[in-house]
Design a protein around this ligand. Structure first.
Ligand code: SAM
Ligand code: SF4
Length: 329
């Protein structure tokens, strides 16, 4: 098959060049903002296999997507992860293959992932206190994640980024410690506003909401920041410090409207193409995974449904029933 490579453009004139591909809905953590404690996962038959995942990735790259991020659930628990990485990395004209992980299995997987061709890693880290880390992730161990960060740096991964979901009253007293840790280890760091994805009962999202500007003010008290001109085409705003090479970012789905420059779409582990994280517009791609031309056409046709922007509300019940592990955060 040799269709010419095209560029995906949505109905608002935005080029879509970035795919976040969820390779599993399963996870070894149960983070309080992401999942319920007794989470029910999809039946295995509803989760795409490695060939289907590669077919989807191939179709997007052939249509001009240049960056793919593998996510989940927890991508490191996928049994075929290393072959998936090397197969997707081999796609002609893919510029960058990255992965977002909770880091718990990086101690053994960082080196093989580097060998398989993975370009970059984001690692989630919500606390540097072992007990609190356990409470926020329900099952996670901080020492394992710190060992994972060590292993990732030892394997030669550069520009590793830490992601911290901010919860007022739960981990906002660690903002400066996390910045100091990131500076010391020379890691980028992004603070994320919690999003109302999936109904959880563990806490009231309206009460735990911590706006990015409040995070930035706390950092500024100790570390003067200057806005970086770097644009990611994504939701993060980045800042630099004069005495450190790292970038500190904030991801503000509530308090900052980044939709105008949105260049991304998501595919869930079951093969649903989601045009916007904050919206349920979706197209089922899995049935077309064995038919490359129809798959590419379906992706192209879907672009018109990418909404202009999302509307999140903390005070109304969420109308988005999917959880973040399904979506591929
Ligand atoms: N398991 C991997 C991890 O935790 O990095 C990858 C998947 S996880 C869904 C991707 C990112 O989404 C993580 O950084 C996580 O903290 C974030 N996340 C999950 N639920 C969220 C929510 N409700 N609001 C904001 N961020 C969330
Ligand atoms: Fe798992 Fe990541 Fe969700 Fe935490 S945020 S429960 S690590 S998928």
């Amino acid at each position: 098959m040799s269709l010419p490579q095209t560029t995906l453009v949505d109905g608002h004139g935005r080029s879509v060049t970035y795919l976040r591909l969820s390779i599993t809905d399963r996870c070894d953590f149960r983070c309080v903002y992401c999942m319920s404690e007794d989470m029910t996962f999809l039946p295995r038959s509803q989760v795409m296999d490695a060939d289907e995942l590669v077919a989807i990735a191939t179709a997007f790259v052939r249509q001009g997507v240049t960056r793919i991020r593998l996510t989940g659930g927890e991508p490191l628990i996928h049994p075929d992860l290393l072959t998936l990485v090397s197969r997707i990395k081999a796609l002609p004209s893919l510029r960058e293959l990255t992965l977002t992980t909770n880091g718990a299995r990086l101690d053994t997987l960082a080196e093989p992932l580097k060998q398989a061709g993975l370009d970059r890693l984001n690692i989630s880290l919500d606390s540097l206190k072992p007990d609190r880390f356990r409470r926020l992730t329900r099952t996670g161990r901080l020492d394992k994640v710190l060992a994972g960060i060590d292993a990732a740096q030892a394997a030669g991964f550069a520009r590793i980024k830490l992601n911290t979901v901010m919860l007022r009253g739960r981990n906002d007293d660690e903002i400066l410690d996390l910045v100091r840790f990131a500076r010391h280890r020379e890691l980028d760091l992004a603070f994320i506003e919690e999003m109302p994805l999936g109904d959880i009962v563990e806490h009231d999202r309206a009460l735990s909401f911590m706006p990015s500007d409040a995070v930035l003010s706390r950092i500024e008290e100790h570390f003067p920041l200057r806005r970086s001109a770097e644009e990611t085409g994504g939701p993060a705003r980045y800042y630099r410090m004069d005495d450190s090479p790292i970038r500190v970012g904030v991801i503000s789905p509530h308090s900052n409207n980044f939709c105008g420059s949105c260049n991304r779409v998501r595919v869930t582990a079951s093969g649903r193409l989601l045009l916007c994280l904050g919206n349920d517009n979706a197209v089922e791609l899995r049935p077309l995974a064995g038919q490359p031309e129809r798959l590419e056409q379906a992706i192209d046709d879907a672009m018109i449904h990418k909404p202009e922007r999302h509307h999140f509300s903390l005070n109304e019940p969420t109308n988005i029933v999917r959880f973040m592990n399904l979506t591929g955060g």
